[in-house]
Design a binder for this molecule. Sequence first.
Ligand SMILES: CC(=O)N[C@H](C=O)[C@@H](O)[C@H](O)[C@H](O)COP(=O)(O)O
Length: 228
Amino acid sequence: MTAAELFDRLRGRLVVSCQAYPDDPLHGPHFMSAMARAAVLGGAAGVRINGLADVEAVRAAVAVPLIGLWKDGGGEVYITPTAEHAVAVAHAGADVVALDATGRPRPDGLGLAETFERVHRTGALVMADVATLEEGLAAVDHGADCVSTTLSGYTPDSSPQDDPDLDLVAALAGKCRVPVFAEGRIATPAQAARALESGAHAVVVGGAITRPADITRRFASALKERRP
Ligand SMILES: CC(=O)N[C@H](C=O)[C@@H](O)[C@H](O)[C@H](O)COP(=O)(O)O
């Protein structure tokens, strides 16, 4: 699949992020590949998957474009923190490798251009996970194939917020020559639709679909507040 074909398949569509941490009963490739299959059944045009085992299993389970990442390490930069992680994610079967492109120092000391270049040598594309407009523009200059607002609200240079950062989506979409993905805290179908109206090429939704413990917690706490 060429880059143009891949982005065409995702245009105006939903990407579901299927990720479960080790303390989640759904952790592991068996559950995440079932989750990815359920997402595709429901109309997801792509999936976003964390970790080599999950990427491999999901690659075998669904045929849609797969955005892979590898959260690792205890540092500030934890989304696919080194070029070695990024290349491993590509080799595990990701079509697109998502990585922290905030410009903060990477643990392997490599710059973004060199890291992106190593991903491109595998044949995979690069999704730059950013928190600000400046980071997105710099990532595109360094060769990113697409940009996602994943890290807005989670870095010292972006303010924490409850809602999706649709201002950032609009700002990036207005200035970037590559597809911009809206990602982070999209909790309702209405917010997903607004993300497209803000200029997103596609919309990534995670927890609101794939974290049943968190979804349950929202319902349970709504009852608690009104318990007689
Ligand atoms: C900040 C960070 O580490 N984001 C991660 C990136 O892969 C995931 O934990 C999120 O679930 C994903 O971005 C989708 O966002 P949300 O679950 O809010 O729809």
